[in-house]
Design a protein around this ligand. Structure first.
Ligand code: ZN
Length: 203
């Protein structure tokens, strides 16, 4: 399986990182080794001093497809959850400054913890999905899918022009504003429509 991540998909987050507004979805990928097994802590890596959380809605792909039409795109995912796109912000800034790819900042081991999936057909409010993350019991990020610059179907259609989607693939759909640092000992709880879907600690 592969993990596709959309960058810069919420206006307020684009502004908080001083990035340019995208005219097309922007994506990068993480390998399957970025997943964090349930019940395991996230091991703070020794190569970074600035690990940021980015709380994101994550789609689960259910059907093989490439060059998918916008109108058919919703048939290609059937479940959703919340995940963290962990980012070594210090390394990412260095990569950006040098014009280098940023895999070392984004695709490292355990950089994509993902919660328990819920069928999209069982969502209470599929047109505006609420999600968020509590850090040590306090809300630090709360988002709504309606605030996305590119919606799920646009993302699926766009990505599949370049990369064939397969069942079991995950698509991270971008973070709202409020990204920040984690530290050893922190406890993260992820919520989908106010229901907890995953929790883990930083070790
Ligand atoms: Zn992200």
């Amino acid at each position: 399986m592969k993990i596709i991540c959309i960058g810069r998909n919420y206006l307020a987050h684009v502004k908080e990182l001083d990035n340019a507004l995208p005219t097309e979805p922007m994506f990068f990928m993480k390998p399957d080794t970025a997943l964090l097994p349930a019940g395991e802590p996230f091991p703070y890596p020794d190569f970074s001093k600035e690990i940021h959380y980015e709380t994101e809605l994550v789609l689960s792909v259910c059907k093989t497809g490439n060059s998918i039409d916008m109108e058919a795109a919703s048939e290609y995912y059937d479940a959703i959850t919340v995940g963290i796109d962990f980012t070594a912000r210090d390394l990412q800034s260095q990569c950006k400054a040098k014009g280098h790819p940023w895999e070392i900042a984004k695709s490292f081991d355990y950089s994509a913890p993902v919660g328990e999936f819920k069928k999209t057909s069982e969502l209470r409010n599929p047109d505006d999905i609420a999600f968020g993350m509590k850090l040590n019991g306090e809300w630090v990020q709360q988002g709504h899918s309606r605030d996305m610059i590119f919606d799920f179907n646009t993302i699926v259609s766009y990505v599949s022009r370049f990369v064939t989607l397969n069942p079991g693939d995950y698509i991270f759909t971008g973070t709202p504003q409020g990204v920040g640092e984690v530290h050893v000992g922190d406890k993260l709880q992820l919520f989908l429509e106010d229901e907890p879907v995953f929790e883990f600690e930083i070790k």
